[in-house]
Design a protein around this ligand. Structure first.
Ligand code: COI
Length: 355
């Protein structure tokens, strides 16, 4: 379908005041936002307009009942200055998995991709050129119907905003395996990228930080035994040269970086084991000396090397070098910057279709 996305653009971009060498994620926002409204069962009025406050009724249902979902994506630029998106079709699909779980309307996947392409072309100057940096894109959908009561809303907004960002972690990180709080239980919303999942993780993350860790390592809700995922990432372990990652079980976010890292490692000839993994196995491998590496993967973090996991009164330290994690980090960055051939066909070049 052809969509007519209206453009009302700023006269002067704010990008000239931005120092791309100092851009922590989510502090600086690009000039525009994409908006599309859901009214009377239809998505209408797709538009790119200057970023500004959005009028919200105090009874907007997202504020009370949490019908709010989001995605994370990155736009990068190749050496010729052509913007690129990383597997936008996968984000479009996942947004709708989240929408279905949260009783929200699906957003047309072709409109999602078109909106992202046009947004990226409009915000091209906001893409930092340095490898490892990107224009982080945040598509999101929320219920904006004013209503008090427990049912699916009838009006929603889908929006996209952008924030230029450098690498989230420039050093290996420490995880705290949580044995009191949980992130997701069977039948819950763990697989959805729902705002509420992140809300519930905020206090446990603060506690982990007070203890000197960077993020929480979530264990399953019933036995506190099976490893699920990390605060903003999926997790991988290297044991005796094999790559292990928890299998998707409905409680784990199906990370697009996770999927891509699995594809990349398989392509490189690694054996990948996707199955339930217990924290006890990790402790055992550590004791035997066969636990070689761990790293996390996510859109915002990219690849984060893990140096330590704290569990109960135990500390699991990882060897200083993480050759597999480091290789994956470098390959992903190089493919995203167009420096390395996109052998797995992940990158979508956004040519100047706006002209
Ligand atoms: C992402 O990695 O894109 C996320 O959505 C995590 C976010 C909390 C920074």
């Amino acid at each position: 379908m052809i969509y007519n996305i209206q453009h009302n653009l700023v006269n002067e971009s704010g990008v000239k005041d931005v120092d791309f060498n100092d851009i922590p994620l989510g502090r600086t926002f690009s000039d525009h936002m994409f908006i599309c409204d859901y009214e009377n069962g239809e998505w209408v009025n797709p538009r790119i307009v200057p970023l500004e406050l959005i009028p919200t009724h105090p009874a907007a249902m997202a504020l009370h009942y949490g019908q709010a979902i989001f995605e994370g994506m990155k736009a990068t630029m190749d050496d010729e200055g052509t913007p690129m998106l990383f597997r936008p079709d996968k984000n479009a699909e996942r947004l709708n998995v989240s929408a279905n779980r949260m009783g929200m309307p699906e957003f047309p996947e072709d409109l999602f991709t078109e909106a992202l392409k046009q947004f990226v072309l409009v915000e091209k100057d906001w893409i930092p050129p340095m490898e490892g940096s990107a224009l982080y894109l945040r598509p999101f959908m929320y219920a904006d119907e004013p209503f008090i009561g427990m049912r699916a809303a009838t009006s929603y907004r889908f929006m996209v905003i952008g924030s230029p960002a450098g690498p989230m972690f420039r050093r290996p990180i420490k995880l705290y395996a949580e044995t009191k709080y949980i992130r997701a239980a069977d039948g819950g919303t763990g697989e959805a990228k729902a705002a509420g999942n992140y809300a519930a993780a905020i206090r446990p993350t603060e506690i982990a930080k007070e203890k000197g860790f960077d993020q929480v390592l979530w264990l399953d809700a019933r036995d506190y035994k099976y490893i699920q995922e990390v605060g903003t990432m999926n997790i991988f372990f290297i044991i005796r040269g094999k790559v292990f990652t928890p299998s998707l079980d409905g409680s784990i976010l199906s990370g697009i970086t996770r999927m891509s890292v699995i594809e990349l490692l398989k392509h490189k000839g690694f054996e990948i084991v996707e199955r339930r993994i217990t924290i006890d196995e990790i402790i055992e491998a550590h004791k035997e000396g066969t636990l070689e590496e761990a790293f996390g993967t996510g859109t915002a973090v990219g690849v984060a090397l893990i140096e330590q996991i704290g569990y109960k009164n135990m500390i699991i330290d990882f060897p200083e070098s993480s050759p597999v994690g480091q290789m994956v980090l470098e390959e992903l960055d190089a493919i995203r910057s167009g420096r390395k051939k996109d052998i797995l066909n992940w990158m979508i070049k956004v040519e100047n279709e706006l002209a």
